[in-house]
Design a protein around this ligand. Sequence first.
Ligand SMILES: Nc1ncnc2c1ncn2[C@@H]1O[C@H](COP(=O)(O)OP(=O)(O)OP(=O)(O)O)[C@@H](O)[C@H]1O
Ligand SMILES: [Mn+2]
Length: 500
Amino acid sequence: TTWCARRRARTICLSLAFITISLHLLLVLVSLSIHHLPCLTTTGGRKTQMSGPGSTGPSGADRSGSWESDLLKMKALFDHPLYSTPRPAVPEDDWLLKVKPKVKASEKSSLMWKSDTQDGYEDIQWNRSSESHPPWLRFHLGITRWELYPHQDPNMELLVQHLATHRIVSAVQKSGGTQLKLVMSFPNYGQALFKPKKQERDEESNYNLYYFSDFERHNAEIAAFHLDRILGYRRIPPVVGRLVNVIKEIKDVTTDRKLARTFFTSPVGNVCFYGQCSYYCSTEHAVCGHPRDLEASLAVMLPDLSLATRRSWRSPWRRSYSRSKLASWETDPDYCETIKKTPPYDKGTRLVDFMDMVILDFLMSNMDRHHYETFEKFGNDTFLLHLDNGRGFGRHSKDEPSILAPLTQCCRIRHSTWLRLRLLSLPQYHISDVMRASLSQDPLHKVAPLLSEPHLTALSRRLKTVLETVSHCQEQRRNDGSGQNVIYDDLAHLKWSTKE
Ligand SMILES: Nc1ncnc2c1ncn2[C@@H]1O[C@H](COP(=O)(O)OP(=O)(O)OP(=O)(O)O)[C@@H](O)[C@H]1O
Ligand SMILES: [Mn+2]
């Protein structure tokens, strides 16, 4: 124990030293004149202590960063006024779920939540913030018209921890969709959508495959959740990585006969299964443990459709999903003008909400956003759910400008989004560093970094492209004299100054 104490003391001292050095560095960076910013932002990625054999090393000028300084950047970002804009109280109709104010004693027993950690949820207080609710329920009760969870949500840590560690009591296949996925249940009735690792993290998508034949990536689901939160959207349900035991946590607990029948042992002794689905469910596309451990992403399930129905919207910029046909947005120069006049894009925030999603997709190079969903209850005035991100982060060496076509064609962006993007391009909040820090908190980071350095570098390169696109739009608007604004002002109601 003395050894432990000494070790801990040393760790604390080292951390303090790191923090001091990082703070100094930050100060130096901040004090550098604005003219020097571009050269600081363009230096490439560097190696973290944990980077695997596939990732590339530092490219020359190493920005003396460290894990601690990345974490400080993340903290500074989330403390920035652009993230903690004062939130007015949520009107009753803007909560997704209504809370029953009182429960009669007679009904109480049947409503009790059973916990696997014996500390029970006995005194049910039916309100939104009650600590007696399991974290998944608090997540459901916290969904509003404009976001899935609040900024710096005190419930988040526990929710993610439950998903990552709680016993899996059942696993069944989720029907629909093209690829194998399971719904897993926990002792406190929480549920998560499971997507298995199908390929190595560093594998780049095959250039000869069409995007719609690309495999989904579990790490993309995880990274998308982190990126969405860093962008300040909070429109992706929390996702966490987990090493799942294929036998104990799937085969032994499943009640899904069809799934159970597809388990087998591979020639090298790994346990595999393939399930039943419309495309990639066969022995050739089996998912295999190593020999039993399988990496996967677990996304918290949204409230059941019987409680909160969702509407699915076809993206106006949907790809043709054919090898030979082009979509009309690819050929019609006035495509956006038409969309802008078409409901629901003609009113409210739908068009800029769509642009927010487009920016997220361009940053992670997701070409597969054929549909998006909203909660029916909120009609057209609500945020867009960014579900299904498994096809993001497939390629780091190439960007896909066509994903940005809606922004290029419509030249419209939310003011708050634009300001946050600019923040993320500054060295003290650098998007790649903040992502690296955020992802290092996922349990699977211990196995290998969730995004390799080239992917993190691609983020800042793509961010630059987004900002250049907006600048180009502004220039274009100044010249065409149409009087149309590029920036959609969503900050007018705030008192603090947002001038450049
Ligand atoms: N966290 C979640 N909670 C509840 N439902 C979800 C969640 N994530 C996704 N879904 C639902 O499950 C459906 C299928 O999920 P997803 O799109 O990720 O799978 P997919 O196999 O890629 O489907 P497709 O091939 O149609 O794109 C989605 O359309 C969505 O309605
Ligand atoms: Mn999909």
